[in-house]
Design a protein around this ligand. Structure first.
Ligand code: SF4
Length: 270
């Protein structure tokens, strides 16, 4: 008689807070948990550094996955320089979902998803019948304050990009807010230049841009940067007034949440 296949437990880390919190939460509960990271080749240096620290904390390897062993640039050439966008998000499909599903193969898998109890979304649901999503944070009622506590008590803390950006993902991610592009310009001018160079692929009407209605060349002008900063400060002041009686942790968490909601993207944490 054929023996049944063993169920594998897999957590796809994104270099963000929620998937890292799950890794901490489950480290001693599921000893054979496999950790993977779908690498686009275009993540922030802070993300790669954070993943190295997470790996050291876990004491287990985080397997780096790439579709066909190739990163973003290869897939961009195949698409003749057609940049991904919220409407044409080929990057997530090619660089996050496909490598993950290929790694899983046909084995029965419990796939751990970083969605909290205070979120109303499903995240990535595979069409492959052998992949079953599991939501440990949501199922155990853990909210964002619990995530921050887990990160703090583990000693890992927040990823360094949190000083100027709200989530992991490619440095040129089109879901970024303008203030985060300004953060990229100031923290990684060389990556901002690299992001600009992608916008030069097309010409005239076919010219692509990461941000709707303006190019990065326009966005980096000092007067435009000042305007973006002022708009952001006004928004933060409104937020602060609304949360005046709450703790600093809540305020910080809400700020992050507001950005995430506006960006409408948390996918690359599959
Ligand atoms: S982080 Fe943004 S650009 Fe990168 S794969 Fe995800 S959606 Fe695409």
């Amino acid at each position: 008689m054929m023996s049944e296949k063993r169920v594998r437990h897999i957590l796809s880390l994104s270099g963000g807070t929620d998937s890292t919190a799950i890794a901490i939460y489950l480290r001693d509960r599921i000893p054979d948990l496999e950790y993977v990271f779908c690498d686009t080749d275009k993540e922030l240096p802070e993300t790669y550094e954070y993943l190295d620290r997470v790996e050291a904390y876990l004491g287990r390897p985080i397997v780096r996955l790439k579709h066909d062993g190739r990163g973003f640039d290869h897939h961009l050439i195949l698409r003749r320089g057609y940049l991904p966008s919220p409407r044409m998000r080929w990057c997530t499909q090619q660089l996050k979902i496909k490598p993950y599903e290929r790694y899983v193969g046909d084995d029965p898998v419990l796939s751990y998803i970083g969605i909290r109890a205070d979120e109303d979304r499903q995240g990535y649901i595979s069409r492959k019948p052998n992949i079953t999503p599991v939501y440990p944070l949501k199922d155990d009622g853990l909210v964002k304050a619990d995530v921050f506590r887990l990160l703090e008590s583990s000693g890992l803390g927040l990823p360094r990009y949190y000083e100027w950006r709200s989530r992991s993902g490619c440095y040129f991610c089109f879901f970024q807010q303008r203030i985060e592009w300004v953060g990229l310009l100031e923290n990684h001018p060389e990556l901002f230049e690299a992001a600009k160079s992608y916008e030069r692929y097309g010409e005239g009407e076919n010219r692509f841009a990461w941000v709707e209605s303006e190019t990065l060349e326009e966005l980096e002008r000092p007067e435009r940067v000042a305007q973006i900063r002022a708009e952001h400060a006004r928004r933060m002041a409104r937020q602060e007034r609304a949360t005046a009686n709450r703790s600093l942790l809540d305020l910080f968490s809400d700020t992050i949440e507001a950005w995430q909601i506006e960006m409408g993207c948390t996918i690359c944490e599959i």
